[in-house]
Design a protein around this ligand. Structure first.
Ligand code: UD1
Length: 421
């Protein structure tokens, strides 16, 4: 199992390019199931979750030609399609469930493995299933699989999500795109990966999707989608992670490849702690302050709130603040797995239910730590960067799920990091 050796403290300096968004690419790749024609996706990040989604689409019978050098893939429907999404593929990546909506609306049947829980929470799929049922899907849960069929073409409906869910909104949009008639989805997730990228991608291919209220979308079903070549947006969480890296290391970083408007909430937070940030249309310049100010309460929320995927990185930031801060996690019930490992590096954090109380001014000291999930792992990398001495970060396969060439990018901007295979 690969691990990272990081020798700190390092000061971050230079320019970094943000890769394509993993969380935008995954539903867009699942959407390729809706097409008879060729789909080309560009700016695709070379990360393991994308490989898993492409293997899943291949296993359904699609021709998949990935070019890792140009970060692109061409997907084309073959004559022999099957509608079985296996446990071995879906268990490693919850976004595998995003093939359910496209399969049922396009082919009228699907057997997809239940994604199951994961360390950060139970993560059920009830809202996905309820929405698809309202569009006409019948299903039974049998032996760990959703066994689904539709007697006829799905039919548009009015659906209200009782809780905001990124994946359920995506699955419902994907299914409604080829359904008969009009669908209205209310209380949707409106993360830019959905409201901007997935919507733009589908509309450019001929879908009729219109956002008609803050969290309401109207989808008029179409018969088919046309050939498309599309470049996905930059990765919001990768961008935010590098912003935190620059701030905690008193660094000076230029960030390219991401639309700064889409990360306003987190940038405002970094300004509040003292980071100096300059923005022009396509570039973020960020310099870390001498002293980081604490924030009374950082609360994770659905977009446009503070992203839960930034919570662990912001915790490292608050460990370095000059005082006490609180982070409240509102999205996932068990997303403080990084706390124990950060404590091994010297952090003073106390968890009470969904709140973490962080006493700042931590002088991190290098140690051996273990990654537990994607975003927890990157928090350990950030802490190791500003630790005194050597840190070993084990199980970095979690990081490879979502961060492209992370050690190359970090080396280029001044981090002493080595991968041990
Ligand atoms: C997506 C992101 C993930 C991010 C999360 C929240 C992708 C591939 N993943 O995950 O990085 O952390 O959004 O921004 O885009 N829930 C239910 N029933 C459901 C669906 C969700 O109870 O049917 C709950 C979840 O357990 C969680 C909350 O709703 O507590 C939000 O989850 P959701 O927005 O669906 O997250 P994902 O789409 O899995």
């Amino acid at each position: 199992m690969d691990k990272f050796l990081i020798k700190g403290p390092c000061k971050i300096k230079g320019t970094v390019n943000i890769s394509g968004s993993k969380n935008a690419s995954l539903p867009i790749l699942a959407a390729s199931i809706l097409f008879d024609e060729m789909v080309e996706i560009k700016n695709l990040p070379n990360v393991r979750d994308i490989d898993t989604m492409l293997s899943l689409i291949k296993s359904l019978g699609f021709n998949v030609k990935q070019n890792k050098n140009s970060n692109s893939v061409v997907i084309k429907k073959s004559k022999k399609i099957n509608t079985f999404a296996s446990y071995s593929l879906v268990k490693t990546m919850r976004a595998g469930i995003l093939v359910l909506g496209p399969l049922i609306t396009k082919f009228g049947k699907a057997k997809t493995s239940l994604p199951g829980g994961c360390l950060i929470g139970a993560r059920p799929i009830n809202y996905h299933l309820n929405a698809l049922k309202k569009l006409g899907m019948n299903y039974k849960i049998e032996k760990g699989y959703v066994n689904a069929f539709a007697k006829s073409k799905l039919t548009g409906s009015n659906i209200f999500f009782p809780k905001i869910s990124v994946g359920a909104t995506e699955n419902a949009i994907l299914a409604a795109t080829l359904a008969n008639g009009k669908t209205i989805l209310k209380n949707c997730a409106i993360e830019p990966e959905i409201k901007n990228d997935l919507t733009n991608f589908l509309n450019q291919a001929g879908a009729k999707i219109k956002w008609i209220g803050k969290r309401t979308v109207e989808i008029k079903g179409v018969k088919s989608l046309k050939k498309i070549s599309y470049s996905v947006m930059g990765d919001r969480i990768e961008c935010g992670t590098f912003c935190v890296a620059a701030t905690i290391s008193k660094g000076n970083l230029k960030i390219k490849g991401f639309d700064p408007k889409l990360i306003n909430t987190e940038l405002n937070l970094l300004k509040k702690v003292g980071a100096k940030i300059k923005i022009n249309e396509k570039l973020i310049s960020i310099a870390g302050p001498e002293k980081i100010k604490p924030i009374k309460n950082i609360v994770t929320k659905e977009w446009p709130g503070v992203a839960t995927d930034m919570q662990s990185q912001l915790m490292v930031l608050m460990c370095r603040a000059n005082g006490k801060s609180i982070i409240t996690e509102n999205i996932f019930e068990n997303r403080f797995l990084h706390v124990g490992e950060l404590q091994r590096l010297g952090a003073d954090i106390q968890v009470k239910k969904n709140k973490a109380i962080i006493r700042g001014n931590t002088k991190f000291v290098g140690a051996e730590v273990m990654s537990s999930d994607l975003r927890a792992s990157v928090a350990l990398v950030l802490a190791a960067i500003i630790s005194n001495g050597k840190s070993t970060i084990n199980r970095i396969y979690h990081l490879d799920r979502g961060y492209e060439k992370i050690e190359k990018k970090l080396t280029k901007i001044g981090v002493n990091i080595k991968r041990i295979s």
